[in-house]
Design a protein around this ligand. Sequence first.
Ligand SMILES: [Zn+2]
Length: 148
Amino acid sequence: MDQELHIAHMKQALMEARKAYEEGEIPIGAVVAVGSRIISRGHNQVERLSDPTAHAEIIALTSAFNFLGSKYLPDATLYVTIEPCLMCAGASYWSKLGGVVYGAPDGKNGYGRVCGGNIPFHPKTILQNGVLAEECALLMKSFFQGKR
Ligand SMILES: [Zn+2]
């Protein structure tokens, strides 16, 4: 898929992240798209739902399954502003997602730190990172600076 489309979808994921920010949640946002069409959205709601699994990716994926009436999403791509954690990487594995695109790395909670060189995504999932990475990281940075 072309980079321009990745950027357009990541901008939408960033809009979701800003919603989380405004709600006092760690600002991570996600959208699921099939081609140029966004089929679901989600932002982190851990505090609001008092649920440590209410990550942006999980919310967007659940909504995508409902929308398509399918438990697998081989034609869909998940866009998320920050590197997914191990749980979300696992959720995308079980979803058989066509693609996962994320913005900035997360050296603390990202799957990469836990998995090292092992990729926890489905073998058919095309993985890409670094899309609007600076904007995605900046939102996190300003959130945590404000918390101090
Ligand atoms: Zn997660």
